[in-house]
Write a new protein. Structure first.
Length: 110
């Protein structure tokens, strides 16, 4: 697959958008394991970064970006504009689920 740029801006300076293909989205939900939760709880008490969660979020981000590129390519687009990526904890009590949601507009640029 060719590289499809994903941009957060809604317009591209000096580049003409010739066609709007439509909305592209990706959802990625992961169960977070108990051991990781325990280490994170400990980090919360003493302070510091939770590198284990950061690693999971980085993996999720890369998967979302790959899915967005694939969805855009399937629509015949060669770029994605207005991209946004959000993370949220959607777990119920005693269950930790982390969700990443990406969305943007697939376009054809000249």
């Amino acid at each position: 697959m060719t590289h499809i740029p994903i941009l957060t801006t809604p317009i591209l300076e000096g580049v003409r958008i010739v066609e709007y293909k439509g909305l592209v989205t990706s959802r990625n939900v992961r169960a977070v394991n108990l051991l990781r939760d325990l280490f994170t709880a400990f980090r919360d008490m003493v302070g510091g970064r939770s590198t284990s969660y950061e690693e999971v979020m980085e993996e999720m981000q890369e998967e979302v970006l790959a899915e967005i590129r694939a969805a855009a390519a399937a629509m015949g687009a060669n770029a994605v504009i207005g991209f946004a990526l959000d993370f949220d904890n959607i777990g119920a009590k005693n269950k930790s689920l982390l969700m990443a949601f990406g969305k943007g507009t697939a376009v054809v640029v000249a």
